[in-house]
Write a protein that binds this ligand. Structure first.
Ligand code: 13P
Length: 262
């Protein structure tokens, strides 16, 4: 399939940086990052910092994402934050991240409910999928992708699919330095689009944004960004280093520009 001429670069800060540090970091980053129409940059800080950052950022430069949401809009759910409460503060929500699935035992049913809640509240879901090392060793990658996509997207209409981004994040590559090869990513990206095509048709499968995440750094970013079906990156560790992250954003711009010239 042909690559699109816009890249999505998402920085998932996980449980790092307090509100003050987040503000300083965004200040530094905003000076380093050039705004390009070819790249959409999304920051996913701690929930605590979202409100203040929503007032600090220039939305032409950075969009905001929640790292998680709860699927009910309101009620007696102590400690949870709903998509309804985040509506107007974030443009995206990361849903079904492997740390949510594996540490907090979130099921495909949870991710499905969260995808619905995000869409219901005008927030674009970034649905994370990916196999563990054990599943990979058993050659089960495609089965896992199938189950997580079917599970997470059940009840999503074709119109709603247009708001969804799929992030392929193999669990064994997250935070390990053991990143997937471009060949691995290409295979997974094809499997994801094939599953989406099965569910929603070829046009929808070509249109959906597919990202790669897992130990991406400024040296490896271009290799992934040049894969025709990869529309961007979901970055953990390297997004906490302003120089490295802005470098990756520039690389995304270059990759998108190469695609435009093709
Ligand atoms: P790392 O880039 O630190 O491997 O994390 C990837 C990730 O989980 C982003 O959501």
């Amino acid at each position: 399939m042909a690559a699109k001429n816009k890249k999505l670069i998402v920085g998932n800060w996980k449980m790092n940086l307090n509100v003050h540090e987040a503000s300083l970091y965004v200040h530094t980053l905003s000076k380093l990052v050039k705004t390009h129409r070819t790249v959409e940059v999304v920051l996913a800080p701690t929930m605590l910092a979202l409100q203040s950052l929503s007032l600090q950022v220039n939305y032409r430069q950075f969009k905001l994402a929640a790292q998680n949401i709860y699927w009910r809009d309101h009620g007696a759910f102590t400690g949870e934050i709903s998509a309804q409460q985040l509506s107007g503060v974030v443009q995206y929500a990361i849903i079904g991240h492997s740390e949510r699935r594996h540490i907090f035992h979130e099921s495909d049913k949870d991710t499905r409910n969260k995808v619905q809640a995000a869409i219901r509240n005008g927030i674009s879901p970034i649905l994370c999928v990916g196999e563990t090392a054990a599943e990979r060793a058993l050659n089960e990658t495609n089965d896992v992708l199938h189950d997580q996509l079917v599970g997470g997207l059940a009840n999503v209409t074709s119109e709603e699919l247009a708001q969804i981004t799929i992030a392929y994040e193999p669990v064994w590559a997250i935070g390990t330095g053991n990143n997937a090869t471009p060949h691995d990513v290409r295979q997974a990206e094809k499997a994801i689009r094939s599953q989406i095509s099965h569910l929603y048709g070829k046009t929808a499968a070509e249109a959906v944004n597919v990202l790669y995440g897992g130990s991406v750094n400024k040296d490896s970013a271009t290799d992934y960004l040049m894969i025709p079906g990869v529309d961007g990156l979901l970055i953990g560790g390297a997004s906490l280093d302003a120089e490295a992250f802005s470098d990756i954003i520039e690389k995304a711009h270059n990759a998108a520009s190469v695609v435009v010239k093709q």
